[in-house]
Design a protein around this ligand. Structure first.
Ligand code: 13P
Ligand code: SF4
Length: 326
């Protein structure tokens, strides 16, 4: 068992960074991509080898837009299941593949569709705002979807007389309620990875890098968010780091984020947000996708996302509303 706070910080510098040539497997994927007429979308938390061969790397909001506009027969989605499912909901006629079908999400799992359906039956006037990190079944029961990049904007657009239930992330919901002044009931779900960041681990890091600002994801708990100079989606973290004058920045989210920062923002040092027992924090679901599984998925056009058409149609409505509202 690792000792609490007994580790060296993880510092990723972009100061002397240069890209290595692509490996044979990465070249093979780019060839297969052409043969299959496919587009590769990757979340900011994917491993660097995958981010490098993607057509687009971004946050959930950017990925939703890219998926909606995808001009290809096949969408290879390098992220977790609910993200690939969202791509399928907006592209029913395309083949959507996910390198590992087991790549789930603890946050999504914390709100099963049956429980939400039971809640709605007992509270029929509820207006459900669902964070995109949820299943197609939950989306189908929701009024509008949001991501961490547009959550406050979406909630502000909900008519004042509506009684809002925000699912499934209580931390993001609490942050949005504070931002907007809007009273909302919060579903008691959370991201297992983001709640591992602690005040004590960040205080120790701050004592080692006193001038470094902290940028944190809204899925973190409130005490951690309160320590941050900025709280935002992964895409907005890039803009924050690019624009901030400090050379050192503490980035409190999943470690894959640092790959993109190192590639796209020169002359800085990015310090990974720590937990009590580790200098960094990987999401075990995001990291189920490997470069080999990406190659195999394109070769075999499998595993593919399938869903019931009536669920898909119902889930499309709140996604479309989000895309229109944001
Ligand atoms: P964003 O990239 O949209 O900020 O979401 C983070 C996340 O946890 C996705 O699973
Ligand atoms: Fe889900 Fe958290 Fe992993 Fe994102 S980081 S996919 S919210 S478990």
């Amino acid at each position: 068992m690792p000792t609490v706070l007994d580790y060296e910080p993880l510092v990723i510098s972009s100061k002397d960074f240069h890209e290595e040539p692509l490996t044979a497997i990465q070249e093979e994927i780019l060839e297969l991509k052409k043969e299959r007429n496919s587009v590769i979308l990757a979340h900011n938390y994917q491993v660097d080898a995958i981010q490098r061969i993607a057509d687009y790397v971004g946050d959930s909001l950017g990925l939703s837009y890219r998926a909606a506009k995808a001009d290809a027969d096949v969408i290879l989605f390098c992220g977790v299941h609910f993200m690939a499912e969202t791509a399928k909901i907006v592209n029913p006629d395309k083949t959507v593949i996910l390198p590992d079908l087991e790549a789930g999400c603890s946050l999504s799992d914390s709100c099963p569709a049956e429980k939400l359906a039971a809640y709605k039956e007992a509270n029929p006037d509820t207006y459900v705002v669902a964070y995109i990190n949820c299943s197609a079944g939950v989306k189908a029961l929701s009024d509008v979807i949001c991501t961490s990049g547009n959550a406050a904007k979406i909630v502000e657009k909900v008519p004042e007389d509506k009684d809002i239930l925000f699912v499934p992330d209580q931390n993001l919901g609490q942050w949005v309620a504070k931002q907007t002044g809007r009273k909302m009931k919060l579903w008691p779900g959370s991201c297992y990875a983001h709640v591992l960041f602690t005040v004590q681990s960040l205080e120790k890091l701050k004592s080692q890098f006193p001038g470094a600002p902290i940028v944190a994801h809204p899925e973190c708990v409130e005490t951690v968010r309160d320590m941050a100079d900025e709280v935002c989606s992964t895409e907005n973290m890039l803009a924050f780091c690019r624009d901030h004058p400090s050379e050192d920045i503490i980035v409190v989210t999943e470690t894959g984020m640092l790959n993109r920062m190192r590639r796209e923002i020169s002359g800085k040092r990015f310090i990974a947000g720590p937990t009590d027992t580790c200098a960094c924090n990987d999401c075990r679901f995001m990291k189920m996708n490997t470069i080999e599984k990406v190659r195999d998925a394109l070769r075999n056009l499998s595993p593919a996302i399938e869903m019931d058409e009536s669920i898909r149609q119902k889930a499309f409505v709140p996604i479309k509303r989000m895309l229109d509202w944001s």
